[in-house]
Ligand binder design. Structure first.
Ligand SMILES: Nc1nc2c(ncn2[C@@H]2O[C@H](COP(=O)(O)OP(=O)(O)O)[C@@H](O)[C@H]2O)c(=O)[nH]1
Ligand SMILES: [Mg+2]
Length: 327
C-alpha cells in the first residue's frame, strides 16, 4: 500500500511534467497542516530518487547580471541535453511579488524551454522559511529528473549562507565597475565562492572586466580556500555574447567531479543534512510550543518584558522553557 503510494508520487512528477512539479512545490510551500502531512509523505517517498543533480548556488548583487546569465547558461545546458531547474531564495521577493517572476522577461527563452523549470521564492516567508521550503523543492525537482539545479539568491543579507548550505558549488557573479568593487563585497561571501564569474565581459566593459578579474583573483589568493587542493577560480563571461558560458560550465562540472572523487561531496552533503536536521529541530520545537495557546501567551509576555528592557533574553528564554516542560 505505502509502496504504491510512493510510486504514484514519483510517477506524478515524472509523467506530469512541469505542471505536476509546480503543484507539488505548492503543496510543499503550503502552511496548512493537512498539506504539510501530504507533502511530508510525498517527500519521504521521493527521498531515494533525490540527490542526483549537480546543485549550484548562484549569487550576486542586484544588477550583477544573474538573470541574464542564468538565461544564457540554462539554455546552453538544455542544449547539451541537461534538464535545468532554477529555484530562488529571496526573502525580499515577498514585497516585490517574486523576483524571478518579475525577471521572467530576462529569462523568457528559458521559461519556455520544456527542459527547464523556473520557480520564484515562496511568498510571505522569512529567510528561514524560504530556505526550508527551497531545500524540499530541490528534492522534488531532482526526483522529477532535473539534473542541474540552480538556486539563485540576491547578494544581500544572509541568504548566501543559507544557499551555500544547500548546494554543492557556490558561484558568485560580480559585474565590472558595477559598484561591487573589492571593498564593497563582503569577505565572507567571497569565501563561500567556488567560482567567481565576472559578468558583462563585452564591448565597453571588456577592459574593466579584465581589471576586475585580476583584482578578484588576487583577493581570493589571500583567503582561506574551502578545499586547499581545489581552490576557487575567477572567470569572465558575457551572457550577451554567449562567451565564457561553456568554460564556466566545464569548470563547475570538473570541480564537481573532483569533489565527488575525493569524497568531499559526500561529506559536504552529510554535513548539510546534519545542519538541516538541527535547523528543522529548532523550527519544529518553537512551532509546536508556540502553537500551544497558553505557552504562546506566556511567550508574548516574556517577549514584552525583553522588549521593555526588563528581562535578559536568555533569562526569558529559560523561563519559557520551564513553562514548556511544566506544560
Ligand atoms: N553588456 C552586458 N550587459 C549585461 C550582461 N548581462 C546582463 N547585463 C545587463 O545588466 C543589467 C542587469 O542584469 P540582470 O540579469 O537583470 O541582473 P540581476 O539583477 O543580477 O538579475 C541589465 O541591464 C542587463 O542587460 C552582459 O553579459 N553584457
Ligand atoms: Mg535578476
Amino acid at each position: 500500500m505505502t509502496e504504491r503510494k510512493k510510486e504514484t508520487g514519483l510517477d506524478m512528477l515524472r509523467v506530469g511534467g512541469r505542471r505536476a512539479l509546480a503543484r507539488a512545490i505548492t503543496l510543499v510551500e503550503s502552511t496548512k497542516s493537512a498539506d504539510r502531512e501530504k507533502a511530508e509523505s510525498l517527500l519521504s517517498g521521493l527521498l531515494p530518487q533525490a540527490g542526483k543533480a549537480i546543485r549550484l548556488g548562484i549569487s550576486g548583487a542586484p544588477g550583477a547580471g544573474k538573470s541574464t546569465f542564468i538565461e544564457a547558461f540554462g539554455s546552453y545546458l538544455t542544449g547539451q541535453g541537461h534538464k535545468v531547474a532554477v529555484l530562488a531564495v529571496d526573502p525580499s521577493s515577498r514585497r516585490s511579488g517574486g523576483s524571478i517572476l518579475g525577471d521572467k522577461t530576462r529569462m523568457e527563452k528559458l521559461a519556455r524551454d520544456p527542459n527547464a523549470f523556473i520557480r520564484p521564492s515562496p511568498a510571505g516567508t522569512t529567510l528561514g522559511g524560504v530556505a526550508r521550503r527551497t531545500r524540499e523543492a530541490l528534492l522534488l525537482v531532482e526526483a522529477a529528473g532535473f539534473d542541474v539545479v540552480i538556486v539563485e539568491t540576491v547578494g544581500v543579507g544572509q541568504s548566501e549562507t543559507a544557499v551555500s548550505e544547500m548546494v554543492d558549488l557556490f558561484v558568485l557573479l560580480l559585474s565590472p565597475g558595477g559598484g561591487d568593487d573589492l571593498q564593497g563585497i563582503k569577505r565572507g561571501v567571497m569565501e563561500l565562492a567556488d567560482l567567481v564569474l565576472v559578468t558583462k565581459a563585452d564591448g565597453d566593459l571588456t577592459a574593466a572586466a579584465n581589471r576586475a578579474s585580476a583584482d578578484y583573483r588576487n583577493a581570493l589568493r589571500l583567503m582561506r580556500p574551502k578545499y586547499p587542493a581545489l581552490p576557487p577560480d575567477v572567470r569572465k563571461v558575457s551572457a550577451l555574447e554567449g562567451t565564457g558560458i561553456a568554460e564556466a560550465w566545464n569548470f563547475m562540472r570538473d570541480l564537481h567531479d573532483k569533489l565527488k572523487e575525493h569524497g568531499y561531496l559526500k561529506r559536504l552533503r552529510e554535513e548539510q543534512a546534519r545542519r538541516w536536521f538541527w535547523n528543522e529541530m529548532q523550527a519544529v520545537l518553537s512551532e509546536e510550543f508556540l502553537s500551544n495557546e497558553k505557552l504562546g501567551k506566556e511567550a508574548k509576555k516574556l517577549e514584552a518584558s525583553v522588549v521593555a528592557g526588563k528581562a535578559l533574553p536568555y533569562t526569558a528564554a529559560r523561563a519559557l522553557f520551564r513553562h514548556i516542560i511544566a506544560a
